[in-house]
Design a protein. Sequence first.
Length: 253
Amino acid sequence: MQIIPAIDLLEGSCVRLHQGDYDRVTHFNDDPVAQALEWQRQGAERLHLVDLDGARSGEPINDAAVKAITAALSIPVQLGGGVRSAERAEELLAWGLDRVILGTVALEQPELVDELAARHPGRIVVGIDAKDGKVATWGWIEASTVEATELAARFGGSGIAAIISTDIATDGTLAGPNLQALAAMACASSVPVIASGGVGDLADLLSLLSLGPLGVEGVIVGRALYDGRVDLGEALEAIGPARLQDPIPPSVA
């Protein structure tokens, strides 16, 4: 299972929100490029960026930081937040981002997601953020009546690379991932699912391994890494490709 460190950008700084509340912000680093390089140094194989300003207003306030991070890193970088048009998605991919994540537009204009996925195989991801099982949009400010699993099923055959499933109630809380919701999302679609929200310690990461057979292939980790509750190197050994609990295959003579 891939562990993906998250950098949430707000006015150019690296922050975390509590349950998506813009009034409950914790600042971690004013130099997001340095933070991105540190996660890469510690062994991250992919970086997850969130443009919180873009998610809330649709305005690309953090473009300078996004470009700088993408240029500085050798690992793949993905970004979500405020990607609400084909032009914006194309622009981000042209900068060298490996994947772009569509959230609000996936609910409001699903056909646009289909078109982009066809043009950019393996580079379009759908972000489904849910509260009480219902999809939330516009930086989690707007609630809908659409079931998260229903939206996941809609993109099962669209050619997208993955679905990032975020449980808003647990995001930034360190209280543990919502395993039941993740299982439901994975079962609703044939598309690989990346878990997001709630990871507080190594035990939480280990708990996700049981969902691997259902299609949960990765996990985004934010606050737990910044708080030191999870050591990235240790976590990679525990649930990464060569995790410690896997038996070593016998050598071939």
